[in-house]
Every structure is written in C-alpha cells, then in structure tokens.
Design a protein around this ligand. Structure first.
Ligand SMILES: CC(C)(COP(=O)(O)OP(=O)(O)OC[C@H]1O[C@@H](n2cnc3c(N)ncnc32)[C@H](O)[C@@H]1OP(=O)(O)O)[C@@H](O)C(=O)NCCC(=O)NCCS
Length: 193
C-alpha cells in the first residue's frame, strides 16, 4: 500500500492538528492552534499527516494520522524542553523532538504511523539531524508498543508517584542504516509548494 502523506506549513498545519486531535480520547488536554504556532514558529519543524479515504465515502480523503516534530537546542527556556538536555548529547549535534502524534482509531494497524515515522526520519537526515527524541508515558501502551516496533531505544525513565504517569524517553540515532530499514511506500505532497 502506498501511503499518502501531506506536509503542512505552520499556520494551516496548526489548524489541522487542532482538528485531528478532536478525534483522540487519549489526551487529557488537546493543543490549540495558537499553542502549536507558539511552540513551532521559531524553530525548524515538520508537520506531517497521512491521508486516507473515509470508509463510507471513499471519494473523500481526510487526515487520519499525524506526527509533529521540532528542533530542540541545548539551551531551552521552556522547562519541559530544558529537562531534555540531560537525556541526549547536544555536542555539535542536531536533535529533533517528536512532540505529538497518533492515528485515528478506525485507521490504526494499517501502517500509517510507520509511514509518517519513516518520512520524518528521511526529512531529519536530509536536514542534518543526528537523533530523534520522543517522550511517552507508562499508560500509553499502544504508543510504547509501536515505538518498540519502530526501533526506538529507551534513554530515560522518569518516575511519577502514580506509576501510570511515569515518563519514558526514547531516541533513535540517525544514519544510513535507519533509511535502509525503511519499509513503507510513500507519496508526499507539500502544501504551499
Ligand atoms: C500508537 C499509534 C500511533 C499507532 O498508530 P498506527 O497507525 O496504528 O501504527 P502502524 O499501523 O503504523 O504500526 C506501526 C508499528 O507498530 C506496531 N503497533 C501498532 N499498534 C501497536 C500496539 N497497540 N501494540 C504493539 N505494537 C503496535 C505495528 O505492528 C507496526 O509494527 P510493524 O510495522 O513492525 O508491523 C496509535 O495506536 C495511536 O494513535 N494510539 C494512541 C496515541 C497515544 O496514546 N498517544 C499518547 C501520547 S504519546
């Protein structure tokens, strides 16, 4: 199966993220488009969505999976990001942080998230990044299982008094071997180009 991927510019992408997150019951608090723009606007970033037809209306294609990443630097003002400094080596290295992502329930298990992940890795390598970092929580079992399949390695476990809320940080070092392991077929459309 060839996955259709759209790469969005910031403002439109932020609205699309706000919209797709309405379909996720997992998130306690969804992000607003202005929050998304605020986080991404002064850093290198990538907003990708996988598109697929609606089952009852195959002529209509909608975003079904998304993945949003941005650069992080050794010096960060946002406390959540500043903490990441301890978990990854920034010495002359570019680090990409996967901020949010997921697949709508009805489209899970069809390889959309793998396709987005592989496209993100391709972009990251093309743009000189050395490592991708991601954070999840103990209670996000599907995401943990998926990151396992996608060959991310745990770099830090951050305990919480409620262990379900404990954070798990994972990373993948980038290189040709990462590209060689890619399996998805992808067609990428860039909005605004
Ligand atoms: C995790 C999630 C993104 C996976 O999306 P998806 O589009 O179904 O994933 P894919 O079909 O591309 O699967 C990618 C790989 O992960 C594996 N995988 C998918 N769901 C899995 C699960 N629940 N448990 C274990 N492995 C899983 C697949 O088998 C596949 O591996 P393979 O390519 O080696 O066969 C999706 O289930 C989701 O959005 N879950 C909720 C998100 C969430 O909890 N977010 C919290 C913030 S971190």
């Amino acid at each position: 199966m060839e996955h259709r991927i759209t790469k969005y510019p910031l403002e439109q992408g932020a609205l699309e993220i706000e919209y797709i997150e309405e379909f996720f019951g997992e998130y306690k608090r969804r992000k607003t488009s202005s929050e998304i723009v605020g986080r991404l606007q002064n850093r290198d970033h990538l907003i990708l969505m996988a598109m697929a037809p609606l089952p009852d209306d195959p002529g209509t294609v909608v975003p079904v999976s998304y993945k949003v990443a941005h650069e992080i630097r050794a010096e960060e003002n946002i406390p959540k990001l500043a903490r990441l400094r301890d978990y990854v080596n920034f010495n002359d290295r570019r680090i990409l942080y996967t901020w949010v992502g997921g697949t709508r329930r009805d489209w899970r298990g069809q390889g959309h998230f793998r396709a987005l992940t592989e496209q993100q890795e391709q972009w990251a390598i093309d743009n000189g990044f050395d490592e991708i970092l991601v954070k999840t929580k103990n209670r996000f079992y599907e995401m943990r299982g998926t990151l396992d399949h996608l060959r991310f390695n745990v770099v830090k476990y951050e305990p919480h008094t409620d262990n379900q809320e404990s954070k798990v940080y994972l990373s993948k070092k980038l290189g040709q071997e990462v590209l060689d392991a890619h399996r998805s077929m992808r067609k990428v459309v860039t909005v605004g180009e």
